[in-house]
Design a protein around this ligand. Sequence first.
Ligand code: UDP
Length: 327
Amino acid sequence: MTKILVTGGAGYIGAHACKVLAREGYTPVTFDNLSTGWEQAVKFGPFEKGDLLDRARVDEVFAKHKPEAVMHFAALSQVGESMQVPGWYWRSNVGGAANLCEAAVEAGCGKFIFSSTCATYGDQDGVVLDEHSKQMPINAYGASKRAIEDILENFEAACGLKHVIFRYFNVAGGDEEAEVGECHRPETHLIPLVLDAIDGRRPKLTIFGTDYDTPDGTCIRDYVHVMDLVEAHVLGLKWLESGKDSRDFNLGTGSGFSVREVMDAAGVVTNRTVPYEEGPRRAGDATRLVSGSSRAMDELGWKPHRSNMPQMIEDAWRWHQSEGYGV
Ligand code: UDP
């Protein structure tokens, strides 16, 4: 069976990608250093523990598995942290990606699917972003992902490595069967924190800022269901397999939800109340981040089926109530 090297396959999005790849008849080979991922999440193919900064280890894995393509999810991904320790983000994200591209080319693997971010666009309030929007990252995380997009352009020009880039904002929900799910320790993301407050794992949710220029004063974000997202990545793989050119695609719903709207939706789905308090703004938060996805729909035939708020919360709640990874 065709093997795909999935970096970050033990993490939230990567583990869901492995599940969908296996369902589509591929063998996902997870490469992960377990800095934020879980070995328990590697259920759909072989696991190779390693760090992208360890070039010899990356070469060893390419030589052993001979993957047809790379799906690159592994990254440090906390905006706030990236502003405190930017060196980690540049070294790990950018250095790791450069190693991975070199190793892929030297091993004769010519297809690269990259999990980028709409954070590369920076803070462009009031704009529904698309692939033509100017990229002006405002934090080290977004800047590191933007740099990797440049690396991919350079490797295509120099070595013919073909790529598909996906950019997105907030990812939510989980596998319908709850075999894998969202598990960050510590957790920083809104939906799992809302569910923690609902079931008492945390005393309450703190809303980060209620004085934004939005209808209810809280920040607005574009949430995409993780399964829809990874299905787009598989379409990106098929795009390259069919010999098409490198391309970038934004994945969003084009409409956003405020923090209060997410809390309200979670209250309805779970039939519970969300204990909360109103707190100050969190540094680095943009007011409203929304992206369209007409290119992905028109050219890839991407059809997001589950990216509606009640469905995302229902799937996240199912996982939340399961044993998860037992951590
Ligand atoms: N948020 C919040 N309280 C929390 C965590 C998040 O109010 O405890 C808000 C955050 O300010 C942002 C939105 O929820 O407006 C989504 O934040 P998250 O960290 O999930 O994703 P981000 O948009 O930062 O990638």
